[in-house]
Design a protein around this ligand. Structure first.
Ligand SMILES: [Fe+2]
Length: 302
């Protein structure tokens, strides 16, 4: 087995788009450097605001002027959903879609990038799990004795995404704009092996759904940066309020994720036989196996 920090050799992971940073935090013309799939990658915005990414020369210092950087080995780069994305291989023409991103009255923001010592699939799986709300997000996303995960549907869509619908959970304070407890409706989506999204009842307008995503950057197989992304209906909270709320929630998940062993996600059907009602987790693991992904998982044929 390769060391967790060795460069990735999994062709499926190499050919994906990967998030590497929030666009608003990139200073045009300065070299930013991060780790992706066990290798250093540099990025910036050019004079036209277009993203540029390349394999980092280890001798280059973070923050140096881009003119001083020897940019060879350029990588594909796109700016989408308030983040920069790159790939070491041949990524799809398009990233997955988030239709809410184009609704003019949405609050759209990058809500913080948080490093966690876990694998990307562990972070996605945790994001899909409602069962932990009363215990990990006590008093905010759940509260005892309201611990039941009611029956929901999960499928692989025609677009080859994992989709869980008819999800419901009791929340004492479902969002920043909420004032009382309520049964909250959820939809979960996994449109990319390392991206999870949830849609939930928007307290200011219960006919609409807030959309919340984590774009997970695989620093190594067992180290990630989770980039939080929000498309909210809420028109009154400040950006700072929304970010603080999201970071508080994710900060509660971080120690839980870091205590999970093994850090990579076992995807063999007999592994970690689930005892909870986590159908979406089973579907996600199967879907990863069908995609043939090897990075961040303990594969089926181990
Ligand atoms: Fe959580």
């Amino acid at each position: 087995m390769a060391h967790a920090a060795s460069p990735c050799t999994d062709p499926v992971a190499l050919n994906l788009w990967h998030p590497i940073g929030a666009t608003a935090e990139v200073e045009a013309g300065r070299v930013h450097t991060t780790q992706l799939l066990g290798e250093a990658v540099s990025y910036t915005l050019d004079d036209d605001g277009q993203p540029v990414a390349w394999r980092a020369d280890p001798a280059l210092r973070h923050g140096m002027p881009v003119e001083a950087a020897q940019i060879s080995d350029r990588l594909p780069a796109i700016d989408r959903f308030c983040h920069l994305w790159t790939s070491y291989g041949e990524p799809p023409d398009r990233l997955f879609s988030i239709p809410e991103f184009d609704e003019p009255d949405r609050r759209i923001l990058a809500a913080g990038s948080i490093g966690v010592h876990t694998s990307a699939p562990r972070a996605v799986e945790n994001f899909l799990d409602m069962g932990h709300f009363p215990y990990v997000h006590t008093g905010i996303l759940g509260i005892e004795p309201h611990t039941e995960v009611v029956e929901y549907d999960v499928e692989i869509t025609d677009d080859n995404e994992v989709l869980a619908t008819r999800c419901q959970f009791f929340q004492p304070m479902a969002a920043l704009a909420a004032t009382t407890g309520q049964m909250t409706d959820y939809i979960y989506r996994v449109p990319h092996p390392y991206v999870a999204m949830l849609y939930k009842t928007a307290p200011p307008d219960p006919s609409r759904l807030d959309a919340i995503a984590i774009f997970v950057q695989s620093v190594t197989e067992e180290q990630i940066v989770a980039h939080n992304f929000l498309c909210m209906v809420d028109q009154t909270s400040t950006d700072s309020d929304l970010k603080t709320f999201q970071q508080k929630i994710f900060g509660q998940d971080k120690p839980i994720l870091e205590n999970q062993v093994p850090r990579r996600l076992p995807i063999a059907p007999w592994a970690e036989t689930p005892i909870r009602a986590d159908k979406s987790s089973i579907m996600y693991r199967r879907w990863l196996a069908d995609l043939g992904i090897a990075y961040g998982v303990i594969p089926e044929a181990a």
